[in-house]
Write a protein that binds this ligand. Structure first.
Ligand code: VAH
Length: 311
């Protein structure tokens, strides 16, 4: 049985759906600190504050949990508003999960890292799997430290923990929560509402991005690969798209001709400038067969067909 933390978030909502679809509703226990998230799911839902290790242990025991997808975290932009709490939540919750996985001999753990682990001295183009990583956000610092802990629990205790450094994730089913890449989600809503879009990044800010269906595919492919194929136990680079606000705007304008944009960079520009433009994911492709399905045009078409906005 699989326990998902942060199930109510942008990634959690869709990963919970995908896992329930793949393994059946009865195989999945969704959890979130926000009890309102329960209404989104057909599977069992439990309220869980991931800092409450005893309650997490209780849920593992009472539901017979054998795998944990630990998604609960505070993201890059939101994290800068509350640095010490962000560090505590992101780090202590991961250590709770790793300790319980060790003590209860859980089968597998999934934990998302991010391109936020890279920083201004990281090679910006085709960022390699192993390189200088000098993250400037608390979120990025916590994800870099988390990667080191995952590798430690794998090497020292044999915990089968697996991880992906997600690029910016783009989806239309659940809102993102406090990320620097969220402009690429908000822009579609503005287009469909017939509003001009004010973009909080400058027009030529290139960032690695990924459409949610590809992120779900990468996660499930990684988790279902035989353990001996997983040679990176910190976190895998995974790439899909690279585009700038101007390019995603143009891909939308092809479908929505009167769509307009303005560029009003805010504090998130500095964070975006510290992140890579593109990712080299050779190891993910070699070790467990990663390949993305969507490009910018097919993603835009799919979102504009499926996103419903209240006008
Ligand atoms: C954020 N969407 O912006 C997240 C992600 C790569 C970015 O970690 O913080």
């Amino acid at each position: 049985k699989i326990l998902i933390t942060g199930a109510g978030g942008q990634l959690g909502t869709e990963l919970t759906e995908a896992l329930a679809e793949r393994f059946g509703n009865e195989a999945v226990v969704a959890s979130d600190i926000n009890e309102k998230a329960a209404s989104r799911f057909n599977c069992t839902f439990e309220v869980l504050d991931v800092l409450d290790k005893d309650r997490m242990a209780h849920l593992i025991d009472t539901h017979g949990i054998t795998q944990i997808y630990h998604l609960a975290a505070i993201l890059s932009a939101a994290g800068e508003k509350n640095p010490l709490f962000t560090w505590d939540l992101n780090m202590k919750s991961l250590l709770n999960v790793l300790e319980l996985a060790k003590d209860k001999a859980l089968n597998k753990v999934y934990w998302p890292s991010s391109i936020a682990v890279f920083g201004p001295n990281t090679p910006m183009k085709n960022t390699p799997q192993h390189c200088v990583m000098d993250p400037t956000t608390v979120y990025g610092i916590s994800k870099l430290a988390g990667e080191r802990w995952c590798e430690y629990y794998n090497k020292v205790y044999g915990v089968d923990v697996r991880s992906i450094r997600y690029p910016g994730l783009i989806s239309y089913k659940a809102a993102p929560g406090g990320g620097t890449t969220d402009y690429a989600v908000e822009i579609y809503h503005a287009a469909l509402k017939g509003e001009e879009f004010s973009c909080f990044l400058s027009k030529d800010t290139y960032l690695p991005m990924m459409y949610m269906p590809d992120a779900i595919k990468a996660t499930l492919d990684l988790m279902e690969a035989p353990a001996e194929k997983i040679k990176v136990r910190s976190s895998y680079n995974v790439g899909a798209l690279t585009f700038s606000p101007e390019e995603i705007f143009e891909s939308i304008q092809k479908e929505v001709p009167d769509f307009r944009i303005s560029y009003d960079p805010d504090f998130r520009q500095k964070i975006a400038d510290s992140w890579p433009d593109s990712i080299d994911d050779t190891e993910a492709r070699l070790h467990w067969g990663w390949t993305p399905d969507f490009d910018l045009e097919s993603m835009t078409k799919d979102i504009l067909e499926n996103l419903v906005v209240e006008k």
